[in-house]
Design a protein around this ligand. Structure first.
Ligand SMILES: [Zn+2]
Ligand SMILES: [Zn+2]
Length: 132
């Protein structure tokens, strides 16, 4: 069948293990989660929104922020939407969290546990700043 439907449609393929990702919607945000490796595909701006809402992040991310990132590889991966090569990014506040970002559409791929890790760190920072 025509593969072009997938690019603009609902279904994306996991860039790491090529499983069909399933779409989850919660709190007005939709993300795609891989049923095999539990990696998450987030469209541009979804990551920013989820980092600020740890409760939502936990809904989507079934991994643990404490679990080692065995799924992390140095292998180059391609954007599931536009097939552009994705670049490895490190979070400025949490250099141990690395994820892949597409420079064309702005989508990001997070391994299981990484979204949770990013969001929990943000929450801790916020509490610290409230305590002064
Ligand atoms: Zn996967
Ligand atoms: Zn892309």
């Amino acid at each position: 069948m025509d593969q072009h439907d997938d690019i603009n449609g609902q279904m994306v393929e996991c860039p790491k293990c090529a499983s069909r990702m399933a779409r989850y919607t919660h709190g007005g945000i939709s993300v795609d989660r891989c049923p095999t490796c539990a990696g998450l595909w987030l469209d541009a701006l979804e990551l920013e929104r989820l980092i600020d809402t740890p409760a939502e992040a936990r809904e989507f991310d079934r991994g643990s922020s404490a679990s080692p990132r065995r799924a992390d590889t140095r292998k180059a991966i391609s954007c599931p939407r536009d097939k552009s090569p994705m670049v490895a990014m490190s979070d400025a506040r949490q250099p141990h969290v690395s994820y892949e970002k597409c420079t064309v559409c702005g989508g990001v791929f997070l391994d299981a546990g990484e979204l949770r890790d990013l969001a929990e760190f943000t929450l801790v920072e916020r509490i610290r700043s409230m305590l002064g």
